[in-house]
Design a protein around this ligand. Structure first.
Ligand code: AFP
Length: 339
């Protein structure tokens, strides 16, 4: 029998992502396999994107388009390519009813998805300021199954919170391309073997250490933070028992991935320019909170668990801190004590 912890098959070959997803599906005998295909389509889009990023300097795909997105941020050519790649992966099948993306003002309804159970929320190119300097970028995804009437399609209007997710993860384009996902039974990481074009299981059952030793935040914003957050980061930097080390790449996924594997906390709190925080709930914070929680870590706004924040708009922002359970708890305690 195949267990989810195995990294290789009887022949000694590593387990593919497809094999792993299907083994996971078999644990739910009533599953119809649609969620599995959604995940495989995301992996397919990730391979296309990985290829495009590696070749971007030759194909004229670096740099900005000259346009600005709904967040009033300069759009990169790779932002547009990533968004198109995701849409093309889902436009001609019945897998999802709608796609919410950082790159689109409004949700994209999928014409074939009139009976689909899922809404896909995606940040196609997280960390886009890294794209032109050969830094790490990522795709973040949350697959939501909002409540609906029998026989009807899922709708974006019915999304209530991050708890509506049935799967979430990210594809990180760094020195290697890594696909991390959870459907609620463990968090698993796969590395793309470019020679054979397959994601292979390399990080089974990722568990986030309960504490440190890293913290990641844009310290240029410290003067604009509230005093609890200032105190928190001061405490991390000059702790009584030990000091944490700072790591900040400008790409949320890259920094959080480090904390997920090695321990620590990523935070982007509210500041004067971003009174509600900078990061977006539906397609950045909630999917990553879903991953981190299923790896034994935690994610908070400071005053609420990220997965419990009610949705009121698709591009809504929240203050965000995520990573090791004990490190996140200290920030929550400091924030609570001040209320
Ligand atoms: P972009 O995708 O627009 O580059 O934003 C990246 C991001 O959402 C997150 O990945 C980073 O951690 C954070 O913003 C960086 O923001 P600062 O440049 O303000 O530190």
């Amino acid at each position: 029998m195949t267990t989810m912890q195995e990294t290789s098959t009887a022949s000694g070959a590593r387990m593919t992502l497809a094999h792993h997803i299907l083994a996971s599906q078999r644990q739910h005998p009533r599953a119809r396999g649609e969620l599995s295909v959604v995940l495989l389509q995301l992996a397919f889009a990730g391979k296309i994107f990985s290829h495009a990023i590696r070749r971007a300097a030759f194909t004229g795909q670096l740099g900005a388009t000259g346009e600005r997105n709904v967040q009033d941020e300069a759009t990169k050519k790779l932002d547009v390519f990533g968004n198109q790649t995701i849409i093309e992966a889902f436009a001609r099948n019945e897998l999802v009813a709608a796609i919410v993306s950082e790159e689109m003002d409004e949700p994209r309804q999928i014409a074939c998805g009139t009976r689909a159970s899922y809404v896909l929320c995606v940040d196609p190119l997280d960390g886009s300021s890294n794209a032109d300097v050969n830094g790490v970028v990522a795709t973040i995804f949350g697959v939501y199954q909002p409540k609906r009437e029998a026989g009807t399609a899922a709708t974006v209007q019915r999304l209530q919170s991050g708890r509506d997710q049935v799967a979430a993860g990210y594809i990180m384009y760094g020195p290697s391309t890594v696909f991390v996902y959870t459907t609620g039974s463990g968090v698993h990481g796969f590395t793309l073997d470019h020679d054979i074009g397959e994601f292979l299981l390399t990080h089974p059952d990722i568990r986030c250490p309960p504490q440190g030793p890293y913290y990641s935040a844009n310290l240029a914003n410290v003067p604009e933070w509230n005093h609890q957050t200032q105190a928190y980061v001061g405490q991390l930097a000059r702790g009584a028992d030990r000091s944490y080390s700072l790591r900040y790449s400008g790409a949320l996924v890259a920094d959080l991935h480090r904390s997920l594997i090695e321990g620590g906390v990523y935070l982007y709190p509210a500041d004067q320019r971003h009174p509600d925080g900078k990061l977006r709930l539906a397609y950045e914070c909630a999917p990553l909170a879903f991953v981190v929680e299923h790896a034994g870590g935690a994610a908070t706004t400071g005053t609420s668990t990220v997965l419990d924040v009610p949705f009121h708009s698709i591009h809504q922002r929240v203050p965000f801190a995520a990573g090791s359970r004990d490190d996140v708890a200290i920030l929550e305690r400091l924030s609570r004590d001040d209320h």
